[in-house]
Design a protein around this ligand. Sequence first.
Ligand code: HEC
Length: 256
Amino acid sequence: MLRVEMLRKSLVSWFIFLTLCIPAVHAQTAGKTVLDGVYSDAQALRGEAAYTAHCRVCHGEGLEGVSAPELSGNRFIEHWREDALDTIYNFIRQSMPLGRAPDAKAIPDSDYLDIVTHILKVNGYRAGASELTPDVLANIMLVGKNGPQPVPDGSLIITVGCLSQSRDGVWILFSATEPARTRRASTSTPAERSASSQKRLGNLIFRLAELDAVPDFEPDSHKGHKMQVKGYLVRQPNAERISLSLMEELDSMCAP
Ligand code: HEC
């Protein structure tokens, strides 16, 4: 681990230089979050009615959970935060109510959307002037009350960085970007790839584990290359680890 530490130190000076050259790299994409009043009170009221009809029996009147998990509070938010609202919307649209009879009348998408706003309201996120619409779901982040935070320990994440091996044989990702949530473990979409290609490298270092979990991946042939990486984040003091599920080369150079 000492070697990783040394590598880190030598990289730090390089990055201070780079950061000075490229201002505003760190400005996080100024997207909206659920703290910005993203639904209307009328919509949440409609959502409450739809929730009562389709969800209450298992999740409870006040979302406190009965035969199914609670849909409010810390555990629930930890499960979904630092991800766009379309993830939870698509989840409930595709899988809830659980065990629904195949011949049951489909619930309209607009009802699912209203239910999402009811869930936001009960979780204490304020209403705003206009309704939540499906086209903006992918651009609104679900965050905790304190705003955007690093993703929780154990999340499936995506990051971009350069592959290297320390002298004690440990594979590492350096110059890595802040990890973001992803929901697809072992494949990537063209949109993810293109977003990753355009990402500027960051200043994080991760130890990589479970390299053999990635089919046909030969780390030796990607040394020093810029990679798109997915896996489960394991936070540890000094050396955060990624248990890999996907490695894809973006560039044969490690250029910012
Ligand atoms: C028949 C009981 C039942 C009904 C009705 C039902 N659910 Fe669920 N729901 C479950 C169970 C069980 C789970 C936990 C298993 C899972 O996550 O797949 C769950 C999980 C969830 C989760 C994830 C919880 C978490 O911890 O992150 C959400 C969100 C959710 N349900 C929303 C809804 C919504 C919205 C409705 C109404 C449209 C609904 N459910 C109706 C049983 C139900």
